[in-house]
Design a protein around this ligand. Structure first.
Ligand code: PEP
Length: 256
């Protein structure tokens, strides 16, 4: 019942011209793919051009972050409504690189998720442990703490809102390292997240919210990861920068 969702997080890569070249290829190659929702998250500078190029396509456009205020004296920030205006329908929130390098906290993640949803965006909220936390046996505690932040201000989401909330489980030790979680390691945490949703949000939320896996997803490991029952797609970094790899990952997410 959950449509898998694969999103390419381009991070700090690609000019407008490069972005348009990549999405044009994706549009051509993924046009016939059914049963998988696909999105791209270009840098802010390319969002509007990419959104326009994808107007006649089912590929959706996501920002890599957003702010929680709609306007005001917040130099350098971008509001959720501005992202809508630029053609975005989603925003990635709380990526581990934002937490690690830019001071993102569970509290700011909660505010951003609330603001994104209020503006009509979908929120892809990232959670996940570092290697030290995994080795220290605190993976579930860390993920739970991140989830509390994500849902702190969401209230009781109705069915329509559940479609716009996605959790990305991204073990930090697997991001950009070439070291991916095994399907069993990922599934274990995804199942934990689904259980947490049942207990702390609602049974409907647990059934409907898509949980992406992220962390060195490549064409050669995607099929095995996507086969796990609680993995509903992927958040893809490095491998989303090349059309062939990203297309192969999107195809791997098609339900068997
Ligand atoms: C990411 O940044 O969300 C990510 C999963 O990166 P990579 O696929 O490169 O590990």
């Amino acid at each position: 019942m959950r449509t898998p969702f694969v999103v390419g997080n381009w991070k700090l890569h690609k000019t407008i011209a490069e972005s348009l070249a990549l999405v044009t290829e994706l549009k051509n190659q993924l046009g016939a793919l059914r049963e998988v929702a696909v999105g791209v998250a270009p840098p802010f500078t390319a969002l509007n051009a990419v959104a326009k190029r994808l107007e006649d396509s089912s590929i959706v456009v996501s920002a890599q972050d957003c702010y929680w205020e709609e306007k005001g004296a917040f130099t350098g920030e971008v509001a959720p409504g501005m992202l809508r205006d630029a053609g975005c329908t989603w925003a990635i929130i709380g990526h581990s690189e934002r937490r690690q390098f830019f001071g993102e906290t569970d509290e700011t993640v909660g505010k951003k998720v609330k603001a994104a949803l209020a503006a009509g965006l979908g929120a892809i909220a990232c959670v996940g442990e570092t290697l030290a936390q995994r080795d220290g046996g605190t993976t579930f505690q860390v993920v739970e703490q991140h989830l509390r932040g994500v849902f702190a201000d969401v209230g009781a989401p109705d069915a329509a809102l559940l479609e716009r909330i996605v959790i990305a489980y991204e073990p930090v030790w697997a991001i950009g390292t070439g070291r991916t979680a095994t399907p069993a390691q990922a599934q274990e945490v995804h199942a934990f997240i689904r259980g947490w949703l049942t207990e702390n949000v609602s049974a409907a939320a647990s059934a409907a919210i898509r949980i992406q896996y992220g962390g060195s997803v490549k064409p050669d490991n995607a099929v095995a990861l996507m086969r796990e029952p609680d993995i509903d797609g992927a958040l893809v970094g490095g491998a989303s920068l090349q059309a062939a790899d990203f297309v192969a990952i999107c195809r791997a997410a098609k339900p068997a």
